[in-house]
Design a protein around this ligand. Sequence first.
Ligand code: AMP
Length: 125
Amino acid sequence: MPIDATLPYDDENIFAKILRGEIPSKKVYEDEWAYAFHDIAPQAPLHILVIPKGRYVSWDDFSAKASADEIAGFVRAVGTIARDHDLVEPGYRLLGNVGADGGQEVPHLHVHLFGGKPLGRMISA
Ligand code: AMP
């Protein structure tokens, strides 16, 4: 069910629980600013979710309120994960869903990283 991205942060959302280690995840990367894990329902041969450690509902929330260090750390983590998986030469796709029209279902900012095959020109509706 898509969320309202203007709602306050909910500490009981599933990615908050993953960050706290309360539910399992298949971790692929972690540093001071970001945590990354395999999507539970992959939509490409490689489908990783990258989330900031901070309490941000969406890209809107993050871009408005996160510090420069948090933003730089998160963006660098996404790039590092792609390089670590040798995705730069074949290429990959980043996707960030925001709010109801964006189809965002989990109210903790996440970037989808897709790779492992040609992904076509754009997502289908
Ligand atoms: P979005 O629609 O952008 O909010 O994407 C949420 C993503 O989270 C979906 O691709 C789900 O498959 C994924 N997801 C939901 N629960 C989990 C979980 N426990 N572990 C890993 N991925 C999850």
